[in-house]
Design a protein around this ligand. Sequence first.
Ligand code: BGC
Length: 769
Amino acid sequence: MKNYIKADEWKIIEEGFDAHYNKISESIFSLGNGRMGQRANFEEAYSGDTLLGNYVAGVYYPDKTRVGWWKNGYPEYFAKVLNAANWVGIDVVIDGEQLDLAKCEVLSFRRELNMKDGYLKRDFHAKTASGKEVKVEAIRFCSMADDETGAIKYTLTPLNFSGAITLTPSIDGDVVNKDSNYDEKFWDEVSKATQADGGYIVMRTKKTGFVVATGMKFNILQNGVAIEPTTEAIEKEKYVAAKFSLEAKQGESITVIKYAANLSSQNYKQEELVDQLNATLNRIIAKGFDTMLDEQAAAWAEKWKHNDIIIDGDVSAQQAIRFNIYQLNQTYTGEDDRLNIGPKGFTGEKYGGSTYWDTEAYCVPFYLSTAPQKVTRNLLLYRYKQLGKAIENAQLLGFKNGAALYPMVTMDGTECHNEWEITFEEIHRNGAIAFAIYNYVRYTGDETYLGDYGFEVLLGIARFWSQRVNWSDDRQQYVMLGVTGPNEYENNVNNNWYTSTIATWCMQYTVDVAEKIKATDPEKYAALVSKVNLDEETEFGRFRDIVQKMYYPYDEKRQVFLQQDGYLDKEQILVKDLPASERPINQKWSWDRILRSCYIKQADVLQGIYFFEDQYDIDTIRRNFDFYEPRTVHESSLSPCVHAILAAKLGDEARAYEFYLRTARLDLDDYNNDTEDGCHITSMAGTWMSVVEGFGGMRVSNDKLSFQPFIPEKWSSFSFHIGFRGALLNIKVSKEGVQIKNASDVETTVLVYGKEQLVKANDELLVEA
Ligand code: BGC
C-alpha cells in the first residue's frame, strides 16, 4: 500500500518525483473520453521505467494464444486493444542535451489530475546534467466534447541560461504491446505525411485490418507571442515529426500547443480517413486550446451534474469516490453500442481491454442510475449483437439448438480468454448477462426491450443451462458438474451453488418473460417463436422441470448454502489466522495449494445472495455472510463492494465502511500492488454501488426506488444523484435526515425507511431522522 497521493476534493495530486511510483502514476493520472485514452506518459523523452499506452476503443488484435497442450474448445487467440500511435510526444533538446527526467535533478515536480474540468497538468523544475535549469508546465486532455481529439499545451522556460532549444512534436506509431505473446508488432504503416506545422500517420492493424489515422498540428509561441519558426520534417517508419530550434532567452517561455486527432476506419471509409483527419485537425486548431478546454470543462460539468457524490467531513473518501466516477466516465460514454468496458479501461494493457462479466454484474447499476437510459441499453445491445457468436461458441463446445454461451473474455463475441484452466468453466458469466437484462427492465420499466431483443438472449442462455445440467439418478435431481464459480480459487468443481442458482433463475425468468410477451403482444410472440425455432412445450417443460428438481449443496449443520460439493472437506483455517507474510496467496502460494485451500478469491455464494437478496430472509443472509466472509481473501478488486453492500444490509456499518475504503482507494493507494498495470476500472463501479446501495441502501422494486440509508461515522453527510424513469433526484443523507430534491418535471414516489414519499416535480422534501 502506498500513500503518496495528496488529499484534495477535486484533484489527484502527486508532489515530488519518485521514479519508483512513475508507472503507478501513469495509470492513476490516465486520460480518456470513451473513444480513446492514454496513460499519463510524459511529453518529453523519459528513459526511466515507463509503460507507454495510447488506446483507441474497439481497435484490437487477435494475438495467437500460447499454450503447451492444445485442447478442443481452446480459444484461438487472446484479443487485445492495441497500444496505438503515441500523439503526446514533444522531444526537448537543450544545447544538445536531451531533457529527460530520469537523467536530470528534479528540483520540484507536481502532477495533477483535475477531475472537475477533465485535464492533466504537470509542472516541474529540473536541472540537466550540465546544470541548465528549466521550468515546464504541461496541460493536456482527451476531449469529451469532441471525442476523436485531444490537445496539449507545453510551456518551457529556461531559468538560468539563454541558448538553443530544439523541440520536436511527433506522432510515433512504432509502438509495441508489452503483453504481446510473440513479441510481434501489431501495426503496419499505410501512409504518412508531414507539413510545416504538423503531420500524420495512417496505420493498419495486422489480421483485423482496422485502419487508424493519427495526426497533429501545432502552434508555437515565444513569450506568449505566436511565431512561425522554420521546421524540419522528419519521417521514419511509422513516425512523423516536425523539428524546430529557437534561441531561447533566460526567463522567456516557449510554448507548443499541440492538437491531435485519432480517426478510425470503424467510423469512416478508409479512403476518406486522411481528409477527415485533416478537417478535424483544422477545425480544432481554429477553435484553439482555450476554447477546447472550456468545452471540456462544460462536458465534465454535465457529467458531474448527473453522477457526482459529495461526502462531507472526509476529504480522502471524497477524493476517492470522485476518482472512481471520473475514471468510469473516461472509459465508457455509451455513445457506441460496439464498445464496452475493459477491466482496465484505457489505463493499461492487462485484461486486453476486452469485455468481461464485470460489465453486467458491476457496471450496469452505475450507468443505469447516472447516465441516460440509452447508455445501458447500448451495453445490452452489445451482447444482443453477439448472440450469433455466443451460439457458435456453444456449438464449438458441443451444445445445440440455439444454446448460447457468451464468452468470458471477448472483443467481437468470440471467446478469447487465455487462462484455460480458470476461465473455461466460468460459465456463470452467462447468468450475469441475463441478470443485466432483468436489472435494466426492473430499473427502467422498458419492457419493450424484452420483446425486441432481450428474450432472444435469455432463451439462448436458458437453452445452454438446460443442456449443461444432467440428471443424477443417484440424487434424483439435476446437477451441474465441472464448473468454476466467481471464486476462481476453485476450478472444475461440482454443483457450485451460485452457478446453479443463477442458472435456474435464468430458466424461470425466460419462461416468465415469454408469458409476458405472449400476453401483451401475441403477434410479436408468434414471430419470435418462429424466429428462434422454439418448441414451447418441450423446451419450457424441461426448463420448469430443472427449476423444480435442481440440486443445491447445503450444510444443514451450519444452515448455509455450500459453495460447492465437498467445500467442507477443506481445512477450515480462517483468513485472520493466515500470517500476513503469506498474503496475497496468489503471489505467495502455488496454484495447487490455493485450489486445495478453503480461501475464496471474491464473493461467490455471497454474489448470489447479493443478486437475489429478496429471496432470502435476513438470518439466512447473516449466516452465509458470517460463514463466507472470514474465508474470503478479497484478491479480486470486485470483491469488497459486494461485501460492503451486504454488511450495510446487515446493519454492520463499521464493516461496510471498511470494505468501502478498500475498494474506493484501491488504485490511489495501490492497495494490491498492481496499479502500475492499470487501474481497476470495473470495480470502480462497485465503489459507487458501495455508497449508493450500501450506505444509501438504494434498491428498486415494484417500479419504485427505496432507500434505507445510514451515514458512516466519519462523515457528516453524503449525497448522490440518481436518474430514475425521467426523474432526476439528489439524495442527501445527513444527521437531520434524508433530503430528496427532484430537479426534473417528473414526479416520483420513493420509499424512505419503508415509508412512501411523493417527490413532486422540481421540489424537495426532508424525511427527518
Ligand atoms: C476476477 C474476475 C474478473 C476479472 C476481470 C478477475 O481477477 O476474478 O471475476 O472478471 O478479474 O476483472
